[in-house]
Design a protein around this ligand. Structure first.
Ligand code: MN
Length: 197
């Protein structure tokens, strides 16, 4: 068994003007495809090859599996939590959990945006859940909260702050990209991930 690059449920230009088509095309068809192919090579012939990606990442793994497995998992999550019909604010249980954990949606947005803006170099910022409590963290490279180096919680929302995720359109203006990201967040999917966590 090997991991496959997931198809997007929307076209490369569907998130414009917030995320441009060229960035989406290169990010999915080159970067994510590369992580996926290298993960499969790294797993070939090992007993890990039959495990879920979550289970693989939680274990002690080689740098190649950590980097490419993280890259595979993180981007699968990233595509799913964006939508051309996204934006606005969450509702229901997710809205309640955000209010309980952060005070308000605006407070959450500030904390999450700050984590994304201040992650030095390449990495990710996350909204995570552990025992029904939400938290925000950031991780370097393709690490994520599921790993031993992580916070032991389950990511339900993540933003890629590698330059490949925004540089074509935003150059050095990472905060503008983070602000624009909120216009495409698929809160329905984030709610589903909270429910299943
Ligand atoms: Mn990326």
């Amino acid at each position: 068994m090997s991991f496959e690059l997931p198809k997007l449920s929307y076209s490369y230009d569907a998130l414009e003007p917030h995320i441009d088509a060229k960035t989406m095309e290169i990010h999915h068809s080159k970067h994510h495809a590369g992580y996926t192919a290298k993960l499969n090579v790294a797993l070939e012939g090992t007993e890990l090859a039959t495990q879920s990606i979550e289970s693989i990442l939680a274990g002690d793994v080689s740098a190649g599996i950590r980097n490419n497995g993280g890259g595979y998992y993180n981007h699968c999550l990233f595509w799913s939590i964006m939508s051309p019909n996204g934006g606005g604010q969450p509702s229901g249980d997710l809205a309640n959990a955000i209010n309980t954990s952060f005070g308000s949606f605006e407070d959450f947005k500030t904390i999450f945006s700050n984590a994304a803006a201040t992650q030095f170099g390449s990495g990710w910022a996350w909204l995570c859940v552990k025992e029904r409590v939400l938290s925000v963290c950031s991780t370097p490279n393709q690490d994520n909260p599921l790993m031993k180096s992580g916070c032991g919680s389950t990511p339900i929302l993540g933003i890629d702050v590698w330059e490949h995720a925004y540089y074509l359109n935003y150059q050095n203006r990472r905060p503008d990209y983070i602000e624009a990201f909120f216009n495409v967040v698929n809160w329905t999917e984030v709610s589903r991930r909270l429910k299943n966590a």
